[in-house]
Design a protein around this ligand. Structure first.
Ligand code: BGC
Length: 546
């Protein structure tokens, strides 16, 4: 018998109701604002577009959304260069749109997390302009990292740090008289000068910015570069020439310094002073799971993206190892693990897992989704992964906008290919993204991947996600809690149980036959049953009720 496991259960309002520590089990959907939905036809997604599509997210079954930066910004790095932390960029709408969006989301039972970018400002921020206008040693310069250059005429950068986007992490200033002056630090693009978190004004200003958005009603913050705000004292040379990676585990004097934890502890107190369980989520690239767990100690942040899981190779052994290490590390501090497979900075996992074979990549991506959503803790879904979108690998150079692309080989790849606007409906581009075009071109075959094309098709990736999220809300064993490996699984197969539930993942390139462990409730590919045996195809994940 072949069995397709179509959607079976829809969440009831009660099952999805947020209980104590809502983030411990939450599934949070990442909205990359410029690529989600465009309401005004300029080809760029906006806040009103998101508001209009909120019913889709509520129907998908997620608990919350995370909005990437929509603040006033020259957009040198997709909005991660903020010129005014309290204003909405006109590209995305106005403050009242943010307010409306938060209210409407809450009405639909969705929480809203916004991005906060505390490591650096835009070079167009009033503070940085004042710093440039100030003299060396002036108070306006103390909010950033200004230093004299090395060499006889100060012509060399103050140290050997490289920017994550490629090239030196220092840019020399030019005074009003045209003379070269001090250098300033930017771990990212030159348009993103790093703030000096030893400066009391910087700390006070961010407290005020956090309060501004909390007062507006947001449920928390995704903290950009949460591992970078504090630099090693004296800004010491690294002494190695290897390019620093944003997505990496190198030990560096500007990432994962112990001093960052004091800032997160202070922010936790601020969050706790508000009602409604507002949360902080660390975007922290730490060398090990243990170092990452420090960010989610009881008096620090609530979540930290598990990038060890994201970067793990496909396969039972490496995946089991990462899962074990992550759970052990977060358990040691009493925090949940926060699983993630994709975001706006990495190659989409449907492509990553395929290594050149799209069909294989999608198969594994579907299986990985069921694995992730069955593991203990919370999970993030990056917009479009529920549609099985692949990375767009053939964008013409002239449409690219990622600063990393223009600054050499700073990143492992370029990041525009995962930021292509979503296909919603229709036969022609921009596939319902908005009434105009789309800021990056969508491939023609995305017509078949649109929300409309996949809705109601039980074999589609969208319906797989809808079913998985619905079941996650219904099955009490899922979400936060414990899991136990079932060690009778054959090599290449991961099997674990949770109360009333078993998950089986065949990571092999061939099918495996196993004794049926329970009642199948969802599978990423069709199963075959014979007697008490189930044949699980290659690269397939199955959920069982037991
Ligand atoms: C964001 C990137 C951004 C960088 C600098 C990252 O962690 O996710 O998109 O380029 O921070 O702000």
């Amino acid at each position: 018998m072949t069995q397709d496991l179509a959607p079976t259960v829809r969440p009831s309002a009660d099952a999805r109701a947020h209980t104590d520590g809502w983030w411990r089990s939450a599934v949070i959907y990442q909205v990359y604002v410029r690529s989600f939905a465009d309401s005004d036809g300029d080809g760029i997604g906006d806040l009103r577009g998101i508001r209009e599509r909120l019913p889709y997210l509520a129907g998908l079954g997620v608990d919350a959304l995370w909005l990437t930066p929509f603040y006033a910004s020259p957009q040198a790095d997709g909005g991660y260069d903020v010129a005014d932390y309290r204003a909405v960029d006109p590209l995305f709408g106005q403050l009242s749109d943010a307010d409306d969006l938060v209210r409407e989301a809450h009405r639909l039972g969705l929480r809203v997390i916004v991005d906060i970018v505390p490591n650096h400002t835009s070079d167009q921020h009033a503070w940085f302009r004042a710093a440039l206008a100030d003299r060396p040693g002036g108070t306006a310069r103390e909010r950033y990292h200004f230093r004299p250059g090395k060499g006889e005429r100060g012509q060399l950068p103050p140290n050997d740090w490289e920017s994550v986007f490629g090239g030196p992490a220092w840019t020399r200033t030019t005074g009003p008289d045209g003379e070269s002056g001090e250098w300033y630090l930017h771990l990212f693009a030159p348009e993103q000068p790093d703030l000096n978190w030893d400066n009391a004004e910087v700390r006070a200003e961010f407290d005020s910015v956090l309060r501004f958005w909390l007062d507006l009603g947001v449920d928390g913050f995704r903290i950009d570069v949460a591992h970078g705000m504090v630099k090693a004292a004296g800004l010491p040379d690294i002494g190695l020439s290897e390019q620093a990676k944003l997505i990496g585990a190198q030990v560096l004097p500007f990432f994962d310094q112990d001093g960052v934890h004091e800032i997160h502890r202070a922010w936790r107190q601020l969050l706790d002073s508000y009602d409604g369980q507002r949360i902080g989520v660390a975007e922290a690239w730490a060398p090990t799971s243990e170092r990452l767990a420090l960010y989610v100690r009881p008096d620090e942040l609530h979540q930290a993206f598990n990038f060890q899981f994201l970067t793990c190779d496909w396969g039972a052994a490496p995946m089991r190892q990462v899962i074990d290490e992550s759970l052990a590390a977060t358990r040691s501090v009493g925090a949940p693990t926060t699983w993630v497979l994709s975001n706006h900075d990495v190659v989409r996992h449907a492509t990553r897992y395929g290594a050149g074979d799209e069909e294989l990549g999608l198969r594994r991506a579907r299986a990985a989704a069921l694995l992730m959503l069955a593991l203990p803790g919370s999970a993030y879904v990056y917009q479009g992964e529920e549609l099985g979108l692949p990375e767009v690998v053939d964008l013409p150079d002239e449409v690219r906008q990622d600063p990393a692309f223009f600054r050499g080989d700073g990143q492992d790849g370029t990041r525009d290919g995962c930021r292509v606007p979503l296909p919603w409906s229709g036969e022609a581009a921009p596939y319902g993204f908005g009434p105009g075009g789309s800021w990056l071109p969508q491939p023609g075959r995305w017509r078949e991947l649109s929300v409309e094309a996949q809705s109601g098709d039980p074999r589609s990736t969208l319906e797989l996600y809808r079913s998985a999220l619905a079941l996650r809300g219904e099955l009490p064993g899922l979400g936060d809690g414990e899991m136990v490996w079932l060690d009778d699984a054959p090599e290449g197969v991961l099997a674990f149980s949770r109360p009333g539930f078993v998950c089986t993942l065949n990571t092999l390139g061939a099918e495996v036959a196993l004794p049926v462990p329970g009642r199948p409730v969802l599978s990423s590919a069709a199963l075959e049953f014979a007697g008490g045996t189930v044949r699980i195809p290659s690269d397939t994940c199955v959920w069982w009720a037991v």
